[in-house]
Design a protein around this ligand. Structure first.
Ligand SMILES: Cc1ncc(COP(=O)(O)O)c(C=O)c1O
Length: 385
């Protein structure tokens, strides 16, 4: 028997080795990894710069605690804050922890408790992050949620206007709902959300845990829409595989998180910090991000051309390297077929194939992935030949 709680329905694959966009399993089968460890390995598997940084830190010290000054935390915090055009950072270990801290920060800063989030959102599995999540299936069986979260339809400003008022501590939103089905925020809607926050003195929190660290072709996805959030949360791609999360905030919030107000034993762990510095230095430069834009457009055009005649393909959506293919084909069956054919992809929502390739993916790998998707979809299509 397995001694693991069966919280995950696992695939039939056991990795043995991974490099770049490729995973090799224990039977020697090669997979093109268009999941990036669920949006984590943005520089692919074991990129040299990150590998080197971790080894260097491994040979210095692994853990000392946040009672010590750690220059590298300052370096990582500056890289992250500058990239977000903000000032302050708190390091945690995961996305849910980052959101947990953001929720605490917003409640303490405003003295209010009501937080508005969106239907189909996903913010994590701790109690506050789960309470913030706008999906019942995540909460089933866990009893009453943390009070005062309100959920409204995404991209629906009228619904939001009915709920926001002078008791609202924050509006918390994903720029692209990743787990929820690759739904992209509309420009006007997002600007109005920001304005409503200003009007009512609420904080504007953007969850960039899946969309950040170059995933959409900008350091953070909100930068496609010229937004100015008060708090941004980050995790996943920040350590390219080493666990790290972060809350990024404006300097006006400094006194709210004073000594003793929040903390984490492992938050800002030296190994994760070393990985995050190397990751950010690689990704947050203009040339790298321009390449991401080009590659994502190439992937999107190829997919659109290859799939546009197939009636089972309902829509293809993308922001940078977050791509969703909405389909009427049974999702688990299609994803299994893709794996058999050597392509790893993710589900999102009920009927969306989610592609999160490494940002370092090369043209030949994109071509190979699109060919596999096209062949698999045609296999299940009732009309395509
Ligand atoms: C938008 C978003 N927020 C929060 C989380 C939770 O992150 P973690 O699993 O690191 O706790 C996720 C994870 O998928 C996410 O996509």
């Amino acid at each position: 028997m397995s001694h693991l709680f069966p919280t995950y329905s696992r695939w039939e694959i056991e990795p043995d080795f991974a490099e770049g966009s490729i995973i090799i399993d224990k039977d020697g089968k090669r997979y093109l990894d268009f999941t990036s460890g669920i949006g984590v390995c943005n520089l692919g598997h074991r990129p040299e710069a990150v590998h080197h940084a971790i080894i260097k830190q491994l040979n210095r010290f692994w853990h000392v605690s946040n009672l010590f000054i750690q220059e590298e935390q300052e370096v990582a915090a500056k890289l992250l804050a500058d990239a977000a055009e903000m000032e302050l950072v708190f390091f945690a270990n995961s996305g849910a922890e980052a959101n947990e801290a953001a929720i605490k920060l917003a409640r303490k800063a405003t003295g209010r408790t009501k937080i508005i989030t969106f239907h189909n959102s996903f913010h994590g599995r701790t109690f506050a992050a789960m309470s913030a999540t706008g999906q019942d299936k995540i909460k089933t069986g866990y009893g009453p949620m943390l009070e005062t979260f309100i959920y409204v339809p995404y991209n629906n400003i009228d619904a939001l206007k009915q709920e926001v008022n002078s008791e609202t501590a924050a509006i918390m939103i994903e720029i692209v709902q990743g787990e929820g089905g690759i739904h992209i925020g509309e420009r006007e809607f997002l600007s109005e959300v920001e304005q409503l926050c200003k009007d009512y003195g609420a904080l504007f929190i953007i969850d960039e845990i899946q969309t950040g660290i170059g995933r959409t072709g900008k350091p953070f996805a909100f930068q496609h829409f010229q937004l100015a959030p008060d708090i941004v949360t980050s995790a996943k791609g920040l350590g390219n595989g080493l666990p790290i999360g972060a809350v990024i905030g404006r300097k006006e919030l400094e006194s709210v998180f004073g000594p003793g107000s929040h903390g984490s034993t492992f938050g800002g762990n030296p190994l994760s910090i070393s990985a995050s510095i190397a990751t950010m230095e690689s990704i947050f430069c203009g040339e790298f991000l321009k390449q991401v834009e080009h590659k994502s457009q190439y992937l999107f055009d190829k997919l659109s051309n290859g799939l546009h005649l197939i009636p089972e393909i309902l829509e293809i959506r993308k922001l940078g390297m977050m791509i969703g293919i909405e389909t009427s084909i049974d999702l688990p069956t299609l994803l299994k077929k893709l794996r058999e054919m050597g392509l790893l992809a993710l589900p999102a929502g009920n009927n969306v194939v989610r592609l999160l390739p490494p940002l370092t993916v090369v043209t030949e790998e994109i071509d190979e992935a699109v060919n596999i998707i096209q062949e698999a979809v045609i296999h299940f299509s009732k009309t395509a030949v």
